[in-house]
Structures are given as C-alpha cells and as structure tokens.
Ligand binder design. Structure first.
Ligand SMILES: [Zn+2]
Length: 262
C-alpha cells in the first residue's frame, strides 16, 4: 500500500553502502521508520528529503515490516536550522525528546503540530533555547506528567506567593509551603513564564527575549521533572550542556558547510 504523509525527519542512519533508514514523524501515522534506498548518494532524489529536520510530504510503500520511502517533496528543508550550530543543537535535542517519548505508531497530531511549530520558529531565528523550553514544558503530558500550574496543588488557591514542588508536581501557594520541604520559590514573573511555556501555543508567542539566568532556572525545573519523574536523559543534552558552559568554542559560523547528519 502506498501512503502519502506529511512529516518531519526525526533521524536518519546509514544502512549498508548507499541506503539510509529514515525515522519520520508524520501527522497521519505517527512515527514510522522507512528504508530510503540509495539516499546516501548525493545524486539520489532521496538525498535531501532524508535529512534530519526536513519537513515535507513523503510517499511510503508499506508492506510487511519496514516501509520503503519512494519519494518526497520538501515543504521546508530547515536549512537555516542546519546551518547554525546552536539551532542544530537545540533542534536535535527537541527531535530526540519527541523520538524518546513516542514509541508506538499511533498518530499524535497535536504533538506533530508542536514539533512543526518549534522547528519553524527556530528556522525563523527565534531563540532556540527558549523554543526548546516551550517544547519541554508542552510535552510533559505526552510523558504522562500533568503539572498543576493554574492553582495551588494542595488548597486550590489562585492568589498569593507560589513555589514549585516536585513532590506535588505543580505549584504550592505560600499557605501550603510547609507540606514540601524542598520547594523552589518563584517570583510572580517566573510563575507567569512557566504558565506561558506550558499553555500558550508556540506560534502565538512573540519573540521572547529571556535572560540567560531566567532560562537556566526554568530549564532546571523541567529537566529535573524529566530525569526524576519521567526517567529520561537525552544523549544530545550532554552536547548542549557543554555548549552552554563554553559558548565561545561554538561561535556560529554561517559560512560553514552543514555537518554530515548520520
Ligand atoms: Zn495552597
């Protein structure tokens, strides 16, 4: 059966001399791996469509076992994402997170929407670190975590001071601080920002300019949830941490050719 899907290439790996196995996350089918025969040859018509981050239409021949990628039509090659090392690093992190969180082949249209919007925003040169934070907060329900952020998890109050509690997975108001000895106190603007990350669609957020410390603080909270509650730590995170620690080693150089993806 031949199927046309709208999808994004999550990853591609070499298979033999000239083939690639491409993992595509599609709006219609969810995650699928497909064999792209000859895609490693630069002259192949599948060469550009099988690159990570590529957004396009894919024609997949489904048989028993793995499908075969027959052809593709690029909607957005995400070239600007690939040409900037910071954008590439954050986009890779987002791809790996999505890849890790979905293991079945069921369609996940909302998740697809988030991924597509995130890549688009990064390609439009929005701050990739902020975009990655949006994705991390928004994907918590996909990971089975539903934080309570609109009120106090304990008493339901919506006013007062707030803190984040890992044991309650959500906010606690100042009246309830005592129920968790390890709360993280939040300023009103941090409370507002976390709610924005979790609830506002990426395409409805303007170019947020966030301070490095603000991003770092909010990131620590969400990464702790992923490592402690969800139990995942991503390979690409190590590179990101390295890059954030010593950004001077990774100064973007737009004229550099894009790195080999697989
Ligand atoms: Zn309370």
């Amino acid at each position: 059966m031949l199927q046309k899907v709208e999808g994004i290439v999550l990853r591609a790996s070499s298979y033999g001399e000239s083939n690639k196995i491409v993992t595509i996350f599609s709006r219609e089918l969810g995650k699928r791996a497909a064999m792209a025969r000859g895609a490693k040859k630069p002259t192949s018509r599948l060469a550009s469509i099988s690159q990570p981050f590529t957004y396009g239409y894919f024609l997949i021949q489904q048989g028993r076992g793995m499908g075969t990628l027959q052809q593709g039509e690029i909607i957005d090659s995400m070239r600007s994402v690939r040409e900037d090392i910071f954008a590439t690093a954050y986009a890779s992190f987002i791809m790996e997170l999505v890849d890790k969180l979905i293991d079945d082949e069921a369609p996940k249209p909302q998740l697809f929407e988030i991924l597509q919007q995130a890549l688009h925003a990064i390609s439009e040169e929005y701050d990739p670190e902020a975009i990655s934070l949006f994705v991390e907060w928004k994907l918590l329900p996909t990971a089975g975590i539903y934080p309570t952020l609109h009120q106090c998890t304990n008493c339901g109050a919506t006013d007062g001071e707030f803190a984040f509690s890992f044991s309650q997975i959500g906010f606690l108001c100042h009246r309830c601080f005592s129920i968790d000895p390890y709360i993280i106190r939040l300023s009103p603007s941090q409370v507002k920002l976390i709610r924005t990350f979790y609830t506002v669609p990426i395409n409805q957020v303007g170019k947020l300019t966030l301070k490095k410390e603000t991003k770092g603080f909010i990131k620590k909270i969400v990464r702790t949830i992923y490592s402690e509650q969800v139990g995942i730590r991503l390979k690409s995170q190590h590179f990101l941490d390295q890059m954030e620690k010593t950004p001077e080693f990774f100064t973007p150089r737009k004229e550099d050719p894009s790195p080999e993806e697989d």
